[in-house]
Design a protein around this ligand. Structure first.
Ligand code: 16G
Ligand code: MG
Length: 556
């Protein structure tokens, strides 16, 4: 390592005095103007990680669903996964090192992680459409080059596309071609093949309105839609030509406000969906004939996909294990439906894609979705090989058809991470194959009314949780208080957890009616405020649901 060169370059990307940041649930995120040094240093770190794993590492510049003024960065590990936890710690140390300590911290990481410094390094870089992203990705490149790493800058990409590129490059192209065309072709071919068997059900059925959150998803979907135009026509809204990124639109807005985004015209019973700012979340919704809004969230996507997969799996007669992974936010009705009606095992992990992804890898076929719309389906290598073999060998027509269908499903899901575009195509294919309308899909089960609130406390770390965040072990008395409150309502459940992305505590409650869910959420918030060091104004009971909506920030 040429530490002198690092020191010299680092001055051009100097760390503001006293600023400390944490590699959070999905990397570093804060106001864009505070991130230059972090980007440079993540370029350095990516080189070390690449040398250590002898693989290509990805660096994505994005702040996802957060406001346009924010930005962020995260590293992508060799198989398209999120950075390993021990390296998250290295990332935090490196980002927070004062200028004069930077060389020492770098050497330290190299030693701790047993990095062979003579190894070559290769880093791929992607960025979203934020005004600050281009300059920040240049800072990443400066970091990569000063440590002698090679790089390829993909420029504008959705986050899942960068994960895809990393995965392709580290499997010598076996997973796909590491180009944007390679991505479009792989997914579109699988989609067209899968939907061939769908009986044509009229134009209406095959049109989808997509709110792109004024983000990168719009650019990429516009390029891609020609590849699958025979099977599906997508109409883009909030495509970034006018509105502001994530402002009053996008998956996060729709999910947390439970209302349509601005800038989209919805006719009754029309199928619509929203991506978030970096296109790794997707949420569906529609207005019914009475003008009522219905949200079809990540839980329902998992239910649709799992029930679809069960049939061909039964047909091929091979006992491949299927499991669904959710978080504590999964609606109680979805868990009940999956376990009792679909008879599939359901597991709960902590919030954050990396936790779900990890758990899903334990199954032959692991379906994972957060209620907020992050998710995908992972097929183990063994399952993939078995299915591909069966698709070739099976004599019996029905069985072979089922195996072929599964083969296309494998190709259509982005196995590297949750991907709004890939998920959208899978969902559209399933609806077409099953001849389902969005209302019929929505009717798989009825969501329990629920409410999410936030509470400000002096130090959110005074709350610690266990059992996949469903039980609070600290502060003393809080869980007991929640248990007592939950007992007062029917079909009720509540939990609290410190946010991994904001300085607040989140409260979730569900119950048999909206009024009860609201009231339980309020009472639990009050218990948090009293027992966990609340600051500012005490939580107030909501007089109308609108008040709760106003309480929720637009971006969280
Ligand atoms: C991040 C996570 C998301 C999670 C959210 C929770 C990724 C790619 N993103 O956005 O999965 O739901 O954080 O935020 O992992 P919270 O801790 O503030 O509730
Ligand atoms: Mg995102």
């Amino acid at each position: 390592m040429d530490l002198d060169a690092v020191t010299k370059q680092s001055v051009l990307h100097a760390k503001p005095d006293g600023l400390t940041l944490q590699y959070g649930t999905a990397g570093f995120r804060t106001k864009a103007e505070h991130l230059d040094h972090v980007m440079f240093r993540m370029g350095l770190l990516a080189v070390l990680r690449s040398k250590q794993t002898k693989s290509t590492i990805g660096v994505m510049v994005t702040a996802s669903h957060n406001p346009e003024e924010d930005n962020g960065v995260k590293l992508v590990d060799p198989l398209g996964e999120m950075l390993a936890p021990s390296w998250e710690e290295h990332a935090t140390c490196l980002a927070n090192a004062e200028e004069q300590d930077l060389p020492r911290v770098l050497v330290d990481i190299g030693e701790k992680a047993a990095v062979n410094l003579h190894q070559d390094a290769f880093v791929v870089i992607g960025r979203d459409t934020r005004p600050s992203s281009e300059k920040l990705s240049q800072s990443v490149i400066d970091g990569v080059t000063v440590l002698g790493g090679q790089f390829h800058d993909y420029g504008l990409l959705t986050t899942p596309q960068l994960h895809y590129m990393v995965y392709c490059r580290n499997t010598s192209g076996q997973y796909g071609k590491a180009t944007i065309e390679g991505y479009y072709q792989k997914l579109s071919a699988a989609f067209v093949e899968l939907t061939k068997q769908a009986s044509c059900s009229g134009d209406d059925q095959r049109t989808l309105k997509v709110d792109c959150a004024n983000g990168i998803g719009a650019l990429k979907l516009r390029e891609m839609k020609h590849y699958f135009s025979q099977g599906l026509s997508v109409q883009l809204f909030n495509d970034g030509t006018k509105g502001k990124l994530n402002h009053l639109c996008g998956a996060d807005f729709v999910k947390s406000h439970q209302k349509p985004p601005q800038g989209i015209e919805m006719k009754s019973n029309e199928r619509c969906c929203s991506f978030d700012g970096d296109a790794d979340r997707i949420i569906y919704y529609y207005h019914d004939a009475d003008g009522q809004f219905h949200l079809v969230d990540g839980d329902k996507i998992a239910a649709l996909i799992s029930s679809f997969l069960k049939e061909p799996l039964l047909e091929i007669g091979d006992s491949l294990s299927l499991g669904v992974v959710q978080t504590a936010y999964a609606n109680g009705s979805s868990t009940r439906y999956l376990e009792e009606v679909m008879k599939v095992p359901v597991y709960c992990t902590k919030t954050g894609v990396k936790h779900l992804h990890h758990k899903a890898q334990e199954f032959d076929i692991g379906v994972y979705f957060e209620a907020n719309g992050h998710g995908t389906v992972l097929f183990s290598k063994a399952a993939e090989m078995k299915i591909k073999q069966l698709a070739k060998e099976l004599e019996e027509d029905k069985k072979r058809k089922a195996a072929k269908m599964l083969e296309n499903v494998i190709d259509l899901f982005n196995q590297a991470t949750g991907d709004a575009i890939s998920d959208m195509l899978v969902i559209e294919a399933i609806l077409a194959l099953k001849g389902l309308t969005v209302q019929q899909w929505d009717a798989l089960y009825t969501d329990l009314p629920n409410r999410q609130l936030k509470v400000k406390v002096a130090d959110r770390q005074v709350i610690s949780t266990t059992d996949a965040e469903r039980q609070a072990v600290k502060p003393p008395g809080l869980q007991e208080a929640i248990n007592e409150l939950v007992k007062k309502y029917r079909l009720s459940r509540a939990f609290v957890r410190p946010s991994g992305t904001e300085d607040i505590v989140r409260v979730y409650a569900e119950a048999d009616s909206q009024e009860n869910a609201d009231s339980l959420a309020y009472e639990v918030s009050l218990a948090v405020f009293q027992l966990a060091g609340g600051i500012g104004e005490r939580p107030q009971p909501a007089e109308s649901p609108e008040q709760f909506l106003d309480d929720l920030p637009l971006f969280s």
